[in-house]
Design a protein around this ligand. Structure first.
Ligand code: HEC
Length: 117
């Protein structure tokens, strides 16, 4: 019995120490918080951006069609992820990624409520 008790105690310590090791904090991978100062216009900024950079493949037919306000609103969060290659294929396909300013504008337009402004 005594040995069993000692065994349990040692085992318990091993578990506690083991668990503590698991709790070493992971380096934080939180996305950089975007600060939106300007109001981003859908008509002036977002639509021309998507037209220039995405329509060559997404305006019709073969790829998922993303060519008007309604579709862009419904796909916006996924589109933002693709612009960053964040867990999905990087877009524009084959790269290079859009300039950070354009991605930021698109992100701000989403944050500002995806307006048709
Ligand atoms: C050279 C052609 C090409 C261009 C330019 C392009 N795409 Fe794509 N896109 C594709 C192809 C092919 C697929 C489907 C295969 C895949 O997911 O890789 C796709 C898929 C997607 C998807 C669906 C991804 C998913 O995981 O379901 C989104 C959203 C998307 N593209 C957004 C964009 C945006 C936003 C742009 C402009 C910044 C863009 N694409 C530019 C070819 C292109």
């Amino acid at each position: 019995m005594k040995y069993a008790t000692i065994g349990i105690i040692i085992f318990s310590f091993a578990v506690i120490i083991g668990c503590k090791k698991d709790k070493v904090p992971e380096p934080k991978m939180e996305p950089v918080e975007v600060v939106c100062t300007d109001s981003i216009s859908f008509q002036q900024k977002v639509m021309p951006l998507i037209q220039n950079k995405c329509f060559s493949c997404h305006a019709n037919g073969t790829q998922p069609v993303i060519n008007d306000y309604t579709t862009i609103v419904s796909q916006a969060d996924l589109m933002l992820k693709t612009m960053r290659g964040d867990g999905v294929s990087l877009m524009p396909q084959g790269g290079p990624a859009l300039p950070e300013m354009d991605i930021k504008d698109f992100n701000c337009w989403i944050k500002q409520g995806k307006l048709n402004n």
